[in-house]
Design a protein around this ligand. Sequence first.
Ligand code: PSU
Ligand code: MN
Length: 306
Amino acid sequence: MISAHEMTGNDFLTISSVVESAVTADQPLVALESTVIAHGLPRPQNLETALRLEEIVRAEACVPGTIAVLNGKLCVGLDAAQRELIATESDVKKVSTRDLPIAVTRRWNGATTVASTMWIAHRAGIRVFATGGIGGVHRGSLPDVSADLPELARTPMIVVCSGAKIVLDLPSTREWLETHSVTVVGYGCDELPAFYSRRSGLPVDVRCDSPKEVVEIFNAQRELGMESALLVTVPVPAEAEVDADLLQRVLDGSLAEADRQRITGRDLTPFLLARMAEQSAGATLRANIALLENNARVAAQIARAL
Ligand code: PSU
Ligand code: MN
């Protein structure tokens, strides 16, 4: 069996025994992130959703690997106490890739974003990762570009999501992915989904209607020697989609409020998501949970086909 040290050349990676044996036995695995648990969803729905996502992956005969930083260790596969700590402790930091060297040195407890989850999952030997919405290019004059984008450009994984979060500048985010050669799949759709909405008016590169079709394109990327990820975008289930007028209203209100309160940097996305959930009487929260669950299921089906 290859040890974590041999895989990464460092002692910071801690892989749970369940995940490690699945990697060694080449069983299908799905990585899950933890920023959505610690900073993306309110309590108590966050812990419930974290548990539910793992159950969904297991029900599809795959092994879930939720990723977080605990006492400076990059953990792949959490036990119940670790999962609860991430969901309930108030000093859990939002750790992106640039923070990893600080987190391990200062022994932080941290939740990993899409970027840092990809970084860790890839080094742990996991090839499929499910999340809600990726980060991207923010609206506004200051160029605020999520580290999720460059990580997608340099990590050969399948990332399953519902597009980029609607709080972002979606046309700019779409352009960024194209410039940096990240292939974008519409899973059962011809348009890039817009997180709480099923449509954005922006094109995907290719439509796939089955896990097998996704795997064929992923394998072609690898055979071509490409480094970039395959971004598989799945629309929110129709029954959970947020009404367009309501969404526009709460989005405009939340963006204006963030501006007034001068919320920037890593606090911006969590602020906007929380604000929209309040202002929509939970409609955006229900959509977020529904799309997370659906994406976990699709990711597991793809992992099984891989
Ligand atoms: N998906 C969700 N909710 C979230 C996130 C994704 O449904 O909160 C998180 C991801 O971890 C993503 C992060 O990486 O938001 C983006 O943050 P930023 O815009 O600061 O890069
Ligand atoms: Mn940012």
